[in-house]
Design a binder for this molecule. Sequence first.
Ligand code: DAK
Length: 260
Amino acid sequence: MEFKNVLFEKEGKIAIVTINRPKALNALNTETLKELNCVLDVLEQDDDIYAVILTGAGGKAFIAGADITEMKDFNTIEGRKFSVLGNKVFRRFETLEKPVIAAIPGFALGGGCELSMACDIRIASEKAKFGQPEVGLGITPGFGGTQRLARLVGDGRAKEIIYTSRIVKADEAYSIGLVNKVVAPENLMDEAKKMANLIASQAPIAIKFSKIAITRGKQCDIDTALMYEAEVFGECFSTEDQKEGMNAFVEKRDKNFKNK
Ligand code: DAK
């Protein structure tokens, strides 16, 4: 698949999606969001993809936010269109029934920080820098930052980061739970692939159900959330992979999951 601003590759059971506008620090413009929307169709439909890595090209940035040069002259209609498209793409990553790892080489600002937070897991290079600098541009975070950042790091920290527009370096991002892991820049993609392969070696349907239970469960009270969990747990017993996983354990042999 060929796009102008996005690279799409497959390595075994893993898809690697790279935002490729390094000259603009991979800023998200309408065209890039539309391309990501097309990539999501493939990620959804290709049953041989078990895990996804989302990253940014050029080594300096994951994504330096929404494209300010495009946004600055928006009228109300254009702003709304951009918002609807952006929210759709972000939510599709968040609810994609496959795990998505954000591999963050550098700046993850504004919409970039927000897209990383819509992913399941974040691995950051030691050089990564996070932030929600929107209030310095006269806007609020618009792709879920007020909600996802607060859920990840707590209201107090999220408010301080958003109100001050300040940069959060990788080590602090780790210490407040914004990222799962910090690695040397040269190891970033290897670490992301290692984790993606480890995930891809588990039962894919069980991972899909776990993601659904976590994502939906967060939106409800604990009793409803536990009902979701009970439902997906029960569903696992209708899969071949549940039989395979448990038989392999009892028979002391390697398991061979088939995504069925
Ligand atoms: N948009 C467009 N171009 C950008 C950009 C961005 N966000 N960030 C960087 N660039 C471009 C620069 O303009 C520059 O282009 P040239 O001048 O070379 O043509 C090139 O990338 C390299 O950037 P710098 O020369 O500035 O590089 P430095 O190392 O000096 O600085 C930096 C790196 C990341 C600190 C700096 O570039 C920077 O502060 N960038 C802006 C970061 C930012 O404020 N990001 C937040 C954007 S606001 C919405 C939903 C969401 C949003 C909005 C609406 N709705 C629901 C409607 C989201 C908003 C945002 O993300």
